[in-house]
Structures are given as C-alpha cells and as structure tokens.
Design a protein around this ligand. Structure first.
Ligand SMILES: [Zn+2]
Length: 59
C-alpha cells in the first residue's frame, strides 16, 4: 500500500497507521476510505491527495 500526500498542506496518509481520530483503522487502503473522509489537517477531499511512489526516498 502506498502513502498518500495532501497536495494542499503536505499531510501524509500512512495506511499502516490509518486515521484513528476519524475512525479509520490501520491497514486501510487510501482508495477504500469513505467519501466523507477529509484531510485531518486541512479538510481537503481525497481527490486532493497524490500517491507517494517512493516514500522512503522522499523522507
Ligand atoms: Zn491537507
């Protein structure tokens, strides 16, 4: 599973962590998040995120 970055604020969604505060369990693929989910930092919709192809090379 890839990490996804919010192109608005830079928040990174890590599927190994999920988003506990929004009730998103760990190991939940980004594409399976509910449509109602938004960036925890800025509220951007999921389509404002881009996949991080090589997370370990981008810090
Ligand atoms: Zn954001």
């Amino acid at each position: 599973m890839k990490k996804w970055r919010c192109i608005v604020c830079g928040y990174v969604y890590d599927p190994r962590v999920g988003d506990p505060e929004a009730g998103i369990a760990p190991v939940r693929d980004f594409k399976k998040l509910p449509d109602s989910w938004g960036c925890p930092e800025c509220g951007a919709a999921p389509d404002m995120f881009e996949p991080i192809e090589h997370p370990y090379q981008e810090g």
